[in-house]
Design a protein around this ligand. Sequence first.
Ligand SMILES: Cc1ncc(COP(=O)(O)O)c(C=O)c1O
Length: 304
Amino acid sequence: MQEIGKIWMNGKLVPFKDAKVHVLTHALHYSTSIFEGIRCYNTPKGSAIFRLPEHVDRFFKSAKLYSMKMQYTKKEISDAIVKTVKTSGLKESYIRPLAYYGYGTMGLTPTQNKVDVSIACWEWKMGESKAGKFSGAKCKVSSWVKIDSRSQPMQAKAASNYANAALARMEALENGYDEAIMLNSHGKIAEGSAENIFVVKDDIIQTPPLSAGGLEGITRDSIIQIIEENSGYVIERNLERDDLYTADEIFMTGTAAEVKSVTQVDKVKIGNGNMGHITKALQKSFSDVVMGKDERFLPWLTFI
Ligand SMILES: Cc1ncc(COP(=O)(O)O)c(C=O)c1O
């Protein structure tokens, strides 16, 4: 981690090294935090944050699902994000807003503690996400079942959801794969460990409905809108493991992953084992959109 710029903590920009929390912070013990992952791209027209209002909306939705009393308005958080990015001087970055039950009272009940908010950003270049983005990722169907909304609110981007995701990711890596695909408790495809998933068969693009347990991804929504704007469509339906093995193409979407091709699932080659033409076209369209080259989607960019 390169310590560039400052980290916004409860309204103050503090040096990277000093952005610390107490060891008895509630969230450290009980996972009572929610967060966002946002990208700022170095477009030819200047640095721009991708879909900032949508990320801030999801941040507040996640907070509400954990009864967090935010001391800031959406506008204050948006302004703070822009300020943090500007202060860093970075042209392209990954931005991490975090809200967590802080230090005060120890014990399970979080609501007696204040909700602290921080915003950090670090350098992240376009296409930098590892795991075979261009060559094609090898994915393992995880033996860990995706937790579901009977246990936790899955539409919250909450730290507590990510222990399950991290186990799946670790299992995939330990077995020589790049990424995990998670099934829900009904055996249907939910999503990757930190990405939504799309399957292409006979040129028809399909993705699991959100009720299958995936996060309501902002990249997922962007890709669906881009496809529709280009006169295509996406079918939302429950997908089986069989649908993965027989797919012509599979791709994953996420703020970090962008549009990532999947060329192998378990020991099965997808299509001809190379990135498919629809995935390739969507990678290009998405890159044009985030780089401000597609006028139709310019409102998705907040220039800083
Ligand atoms: C579990 C999970 N699913 C899907 C996504 C993709 O969401 P987005 O496109 O908003 O980054 C993410 C990343 O945030 C994630 O962590």
